[in-house]
Design a binder for this molecule. Structure first.
Ligand code: KG4
Ligand code: ZN
Length: 331
């Protein structure tokens, strides 16, 4: 096989995902076992059940990914596996599986930063990024902006003081009885509503820090005071507040940092509205927008495989320690 291939394994939260990806970002296969049914009764992720579900799913998912890609272990240049941040029990399942496969197959294994995975998801399937770049990473676990002078540097600019934006989407969805995970449902229903309720825009115009817990409480108060709310209007008004904050902070950062491109990644980058608003912002600012293909916005093995090239090409240490709080600017 002429192209070098990487096997990527992701188990940091509630998706067991395994992918085979080439150096150019071609996804030969990506198989994901979702745990939505395991956790839906709890309205959130139950860590103990997540680990058990990963144990059950990982070998069948691996087999399916290898089969669909049509590759054998000897075709692989490396295995990349998420080592953090995430739930410790879930991360350990991926790390132990990868370590076993690497030892058995004689293939090098790299522990990969999940956030670096999201960042590199923008390079999948022909994606291109020009530098310097600003990055907005908006997921269920994180909401942050970083600045990349070049392909390898990373300077934290701002992060959230409390909840992430994805967490706020999920909690508001729960308040509105929209099920779990709520982000995609809020995104869908918001498009049918009118943003006619004025929720706060926390921290807007106050530097690069985010805060979403006050916005969430204000949606809760509105629902308490209006026991039969128009769900689509509440969702649309909540999304409008989130968009104003995310777009507003990126606009300020673009003016200050003058990047050549804006990279928008993480589960919330699957939002149609966020994609549209960021496109408008980048067009108006005369810079490029880099987004992952929508199906690779949420957690997946393909982004972990893609990020593994950073480790291989920089000859980084093969760290296999699980780190539930691994920061964005560390490999
Ligand atoms: O990146 P991700 O899969 O996991 C973490 O690393 O946290 O992000 C998951 C988050 C969840 O909060 C989910 O509700 C949100 O991404 N999400 C969305 C959409 N799809 C997933 N939020 C808004 N619109 C969507 N279409
Ligand atoms: Zn993620």
């Amino acid at each position: 096989m002429s192209e070098q291939l990487i096997l990527g394994i992701e188990t940091s939260c509630d998706d067991t995902s395994v992918a085979v990806v080439s150096q150019t970002g071609r996804v030969l296969s990506c198989k994901t076992a979702s745990q939505v049914e395991v956790h839906s009764g709890y309205g959130g992720i139950y860590p103990e059940f997540a680990s058990r579900a990963h144990v059950e799913a990982i070998i069948p998912t691996l087999g399916a990914a290898m089969k669909e890609a049509g590759v054998k272990p000897e075709d692989l240049a490396a295995i990349g596996v998420t080592r953090g941040p995430g739930l410790i029990g879930s991360l350990l399942v991926g790390i132990h599986t990868a370590a076993g496969l690497g030892a058995g197959w004689g293939v090098p294994v790299y522990g990969v930063n999940h956030l670096r995975g999201h960042l590199r998801s923008a390079l999948l399937e022909g994606g291109r990024v020009t530098y310097p770049a600003l990055v907005l990473l908006a997921s269920g676990g994180h909401t942050l902006i970083t600045y990349m002078k070049d392909e390898t540097s990373m300077e934290p600019v701002g992060t959230t003081r409390d909840d992430s934006v994805g967490e706020a989407y999920d909690k508001v969805a729960r308040m509105l009885g929209l099920g779990f995970p709520g982000g995609p449902e809020i995104d869908r229903i918001a498009r049918q509503g009118t943003a006619n309720i004025r929720f706060p825009r926390p921290m807007l115009g106050k530097g690069y820090a985010f805060s979403f817990s006050g916005l969430k409480s204000s949606v809760r108060r509105h629902i308490e005071q209006n026991p039969a709310p128009i769900v689509a209007d509440v969702a649309a008004s909540f999304v409008a507040a989130c968009m104003d904050v995310l777009v507003g902070k990126c606009r300020t950062a673009i003016t200050e940092f003058k990047p050549a491109s804006l990279i928008v990644v993480g589960g919330v980058s699957a939002s149609a509205q966020l994609r549209d608003e960021m496109k408008n912002l980048c067009d108006a600012s005369g810079i490029a927008l880099a987004l992952p293909p929508r199906e690779w916005s949420t957690d997946n093995g393909a982004m972990i495989a893609m990020a593994t090239w950073d480790y291989l090409l920089s000859d980084a240490a093969k760290l296999m320690e699980v780190d539930p709080n691994l920061p964005v600017n560390q490999l």
